[in-house]
Write a protein that binds this ligand. Sequence first.
Ligand code: POI
Length: 394
Amino acid sequence: TATRPTQHWLETEQRYDSGVFNKHDRVIVRGENALVWDSEGREYIDCTTGSGVASVGHCNPEVVRAIQQQAATLLTVSQLLPNDRRAEFLEVLTGLLPAALHRVFLCNSGTEAMEAAKKFAVTATGRSRFISMKRGFSGRSLGALAFTWEPKYREPFQNVIDGKNVEFVTYGDVAALEAAMDDSIAAIIMEPVQGEGGVRPADAAFVRAARELSQRHGALLILDEIQTGFGRTGKMFGMEHFGVVPDGITLAKAMAGGVPVGAFVTTPEVADKMPAGGHGGTFGGNPLAMAAGVAAMRFMQREKLAEQAAEKGEYFMRRLREIASPKIREVRGLGLMIGVELKEKSAPYIKALEEHEGVLALQATPLVVRFLPPLTISHAQIDRVVEAFARVLR
Ligand SMILES: CC(=O)N[C@@H](CCCNCc1c(COP(=O)(O)O)cnc(C)c1O)C(=O)O
């Protein structure tokens, strides 16, 4: 019999994949707002959003239109040549940020943004040591991996990353941060909410201490807003919860509505210390990503998505807390960046949600179920996710 398309796609991808991904057994073929469908026509409420990318909803019509128009106009041009869409993107992006943060290095992913941040910190301070956070995640490349805590990601490559230059500090431990801080540190790297590390909002006093300590020692404070940025936490950026302005932030994921994009945004003091030609990249700032990003950021502003995420996040977490399950240890998060820590491994429950309940959710460390829905999700869809989760926990 002819192979069903699903079987064909699954087998083909499995055959040629590098093998790094533990592939699920369904083929996602279409998305619209908070829903995705698989090749068998099954519908899912998507609380994975490609790991926090589709915040403006899958195939947001304004992003799609911008992509269509730009695709037929100019797809690529070097960053040596200015481009109208890129100028527009820089204007819209910096308009969302504190005035000091208006010098932007454009790239194509969060990892690349972290790599750039690391190099700018070295040239800005002349130093080569960093402080990162236990349970922190900065990316998988050999440069960013040095800041990523998870031993199973980092240890196999320990001999080829400059791990000796990074000291990991317990997230939230001001005394430990103070003890680790000295005049050899180029930058303190931290997420406003640790995402992969289990959805752990920072403690305001800790973020403020990091700001004060970095200033005192002539180091940079770099906030990694790759997962927390663009409304996810109920503010446009996570740093706004703590009233701290860092020396640099890294951005990616939701910034261009689904098109790959990344940025390191910093101050003139930092940017001007990087020699011309000291960093670069082929695809950064490409017109397609820039057009998509302008549409996505304008949509976020007009629809007040950050405020929506704050209200819907409160609602979502309140409903999750109403699930009286002995399996739940804690419901935590900020805005629509939500984690439910269980008293047992979360993987089977994530699988049950996917297989039987038409809900896609993420893991974030072995015990945590993470929900990163589009910020455009409806309250009715939130109710369906909560009811489905209550059922699989029984
Ligand atoms: C299935 C898969 O590959 N998942 C990704 C999920 C990564 C999600 N986080 C990306 C991230 C990064 C890296 O961003 P990128 O290179 O994946 O775009 C940096 N900083 C923070 C705070 C981040 O959350 C991974 O396991 O590498």
